[in-house]
Design a binder for this molecule. Structure first.
Ligand code: ATP
Ligand code: MG
Length: 212
């Protein structure tokens, strides 16, 4: 035994939640920028099972969204994908996911960084138990096209003070726009990783996309 002190700094892991219908370079860039900015050891992508805020919209099956998320992240050694939300019955609430992750032995002592785009952060008051979520993890708000960090002033101060803004290069890509492009037979080639594009084509996803 020697006297070298153990590294007592908590392990830091990013969580990137989303519907990922489909996953695109905006999601991957946000995760990668947070990974670098906060020295995260990994980022776990968590596709939602049934997104509560998209209850009356048509959403691709959880398994197909999970597979696309795997295809998009497999080449990056510090990205992984969790089934925790798609395997859970009922709506997917972030608070339940955080509680589940915190209870897992492999995450004992881990500091979680929950990564979201500014559009999602501005919605935070409508989430289930926002104060508790903020107490359980660090909350990162990345830039998103069409939003400025100044808009964080709209968030109640007791929640806002816990949110860490992170400027990232703007990629004006959204899954909504991608679904619409596929429906109109427009190219999505340089907006999603190639295996995701191939999967969408192979399974004929979004061809009859009606949005609702
Ligand atoms: P949709 O248009 O269907 O809502 P989306 O592109 O917003 O899809 P989501 O799965 O809803 O994708 O988003 C998951 C998370 O990723 C959210 O926190 C969202 O703000 C963030 N995000 C999505 N696209 C980008 C982007 N281009 N840049 C930065 N963050 C993004
Ligand atoms: Mg969205």
């Amino acid at each position: 035994m020697n006297n070298i002190p153990e590294n007592t700094e908590a392990r830091k892991i990013g969580i990137m939640g989303g519907t990922f219908d489909p996953i695109h370079y905006g999601h991957l860039l946000a995760a990668d920028e947070a990974h670098a900015a906060f020295g995260l050891s990994e980022v776990v992508f968590i596709p939602t099972g049934r997104p509560p805020h998209k209850a009356n919209k048509k959403v691709t099956s959880p398994e197909d969204r999970y597979l696309m998320t795997q295809l998009a992240t497999v080449s990056c050694p510090y990205f992984s994908v969790s089934r925790v939300e798609i395997d859970r019955e009922g709506s997917s609430y972030t608070i339940d996911t955080l509680r589940t992750l915190k209870a897992m032995p492999e995450y004992a002592g881990t500091q979680f960084y929950f990564i979201t785009g500014l559009d999602a952060v501005l919605d935070i008051v409508s989430w289930k138990n926002p104060e508790e979520i903020m107490a359980m993890c660090k909350f990162v708000a990345v830039s998103r096209y069409g939003y400025t960090h100044k808009r964080m002033e709209e968030i109640p101060p007791e929640l806002r003070e816990k949110i860490i803004p992170l400027e990232i290069p703007l990629l004006a890509i959204s899954s909504t726009e991608l679904r619409e492009r596929v429906r109109r037979s427009r190219s999505i080639r340089f907006m999603v990783p190639q295996p995701v594009e191939q999967f969408i084509r192979k399974k004929s996803l979004y061809r009859d996309n009606t949005g609702e």
